[in-house]
Design a binder for this molecule. Sequence first.
Ligand SMILES: NC(=O)c1ccc[n+]([C@@H]2O[C@H](COP(=O)([O-])OP(=O)(O)OC[C@H]3O[C@@H](n4cnc5c(N)ncnc54)[C@H](OP(=O)(O)O)[C@@H]3O)[C@@H](O)[C@H]2O)c1
Length: 285
Amino acid sequence: MSVVVTGATGHLGRLVVSSLLARGLPAHSITATGRDTAKATDLVERGVTVTPADFDDPAALRAAFAGADTVLLVSGNEVGGRVAQHRNAVEAAKEVGVGHLVYTSLLRADVSTLPLAPEHKATEEIITASGLPHTLLRNGFYNEVYLDRIDHAREHGAVVGSAGEGRVAGAARADLAEAAAVVLLDPSAHVGAVYELVGDRSWTYADLAAAIGEVLGRTVPYQDLGPREHREVLLRAGLDEGTADFLVGLDAGIREGELHGEPGILSGLIGRPTTPLATTLRSRA
Ligand SMILES: NC(=O)c1ccc[n+]([C@@H]2O[C@H](COP(=O)([O-])OP(=O)(O)OC[C@H]3O[C@@H](n4cnc5c(N)ncnc54)[C@H](OP(=O)(O)O)[C@@H]3O)[C@@H](O)[C@H]2O)c1
């Protein structure tokens, strides 16, 4: 079978390619795409075909997807421009007759109030309307998203936020990538599925602070601020208004349970327990 992985010049896509190789798919059966293919020379060295394909370039997408049995559409990172870009990818997959399209979406994308959700929901609707056999991987937040809190806690002595007691069922990128590889390698078992993918153990920001404290070898408290004060702290730290509003909006979503989910599907797909948050944090410290 032949598989195309978009976003393979980024963190998640690269891990998916590694998982496909580790699970026995020959390198010559894999095409890795992205924009800046210079970032994927290691994949070329492993025998993977690396092809530039910008989501804004339908002809390049068609060329990259031609002949593929399965395409993994890793959501792009140009927030605000992704619906049109993803539509290009879906249309290209349809035009060249891809047999299975897999998309990395967001946890409960159809109902989530997170500021990131609308682009994922719209993409899911485009995929469903395309009629292509597909699988939706609704990824929870990466544990790695919280790695920069280590540096922040080292500098300021605390984890700060406005998520209250909200729980995050985060997952290591590598676990989500492995789940994607499992799905890509066995289309008939997963076509039509919508998987909500979260780690086995969820945690609050107080738990995150405690875990960071263990990594740093000192007590790190969680300071829960109201949304307004949180925003002011972020602006004083030098963030622009858009970013501050985005981060406060994310914490509001966490407070409402938007990043919490039922465990079991991710560990079931990868056939082992998911990687604990502490393991991810220790990898950076
Ligand atoms: N679940 C989470 O916690 C979480 C967190 C952050 C992001 N995400 C989402 O998950 C995706 C994958 O995560 P990641 O950590 O691997 O992100 P990443 O390292 O930023 O990788 C993003 C990938 O998207 C590619 N891309 C962006 N714009 C493109 C375009 N116009 N045409 C073609 N390729 C394009 C990039 O290619 P180049 O680098 O070659 O330009 C890169 O390979 C992100 O893009 C984002 O949608 C999820």
